[in-house]
Design a protein. Structure first.
Length: 226
């Protein structure tokens, strides 16, 4: 039996490759899997079989890239560890600091001194790790203070088997996403960074999933759409 790799350990490794390691040549994305080619200096992608650890596709996976909101996965990883150890519960109130209140407003519209419970904070950030928390990451919206707060991950509901994980965008990064596909005995992690639009990013992720589920998988060093 091949080993099952903990998902967040794999995500941390992927982000380390995509965001922290420099020095490799930047290649143009393969046009066969992009509806509109992304900017080569921003683009990176990798597909990993989460059950075996095998890399199925990669382009620029060791080039520096801006992670944008994908960094929130590490924040949630630490929060889940705190839940597991009993240091906090889902009802624990998290205070809004002066620094947090001074940041650009979010859909939750916090002011200094207000609090949010851990359960709502997780739903607001959304990522995936511990099995008992998996249900958070297939949610596309949630209710907070009587208002419906919608997420940005349009892959949920678009592709059968997609159950997370996180999108991100800043101008310097382009449109990023980490996607989990889990269906029919296959579990894939797909990372795409630097797309020119959310639609282009989502189209690319869907193409990479379809490619990786195909009967023949090309060598990762020579990525082509099968």
């Amino acid at each position: 039996m091949p080993p099952t790799f903990p998902l967040l350990q794999k995500l941390i490794a992927l982000l380390a490759l995509l965001a922290l390691v420099a020095g490799c040549t930047t290649a143009a994305p393969p046009e066969s899997v992009l509806t509109v080619p992304a900017q080569p200096q921003k683009y990176a992608a990798i597909v990993v079989d989460a059950s075996t650890g095998k890399t199925l596709f990669e382009v620029n996976s060791r080039s520096q890239r801006y992670p944008a909101s994908l960094t929130k996965m590490m924040t949630l990883y630490m929060l889940f560890e705190a839940l597991e150890s009993g240091r906090v519960t889902k009802e624990t109130r998290i205070p809004v600091s002066d620094h947090a209140a001074s940041q650009p407003p979010t859909k939750l519209r916090f002011r200094r001194g207000e609090t949010i419970d851990v359960d709502s904070a997780i739903r607001a950030m959304v990522v995936k790790r511990f099995p008992q928390h998996f249900h958070y990451f297939s949610e596309s919206d949630f209710m907070f203070r009587g208002r419906l707060v919608r997420g940005h991950n349009d892959m949920l509901g678009r592709v059968r088997g997609v159950d997370g994980i996180k999108t991100g965008y800043i101008r310097a990064s382009g449109y990023n996403i980490v996607t989990s596909y889990n269906a029919d005995g296959r579990h894939l992690i797909v990372v795409v960074m630097g797309a020119d639009s959310a639609r282009q990013r989502n189209d690319h992720v869907e193409a990479l999933i379809q490619r990786s589920l195909g009967p023949a998988i090309a060598d990762a060093s020579q990525p082509r759409l099968m």
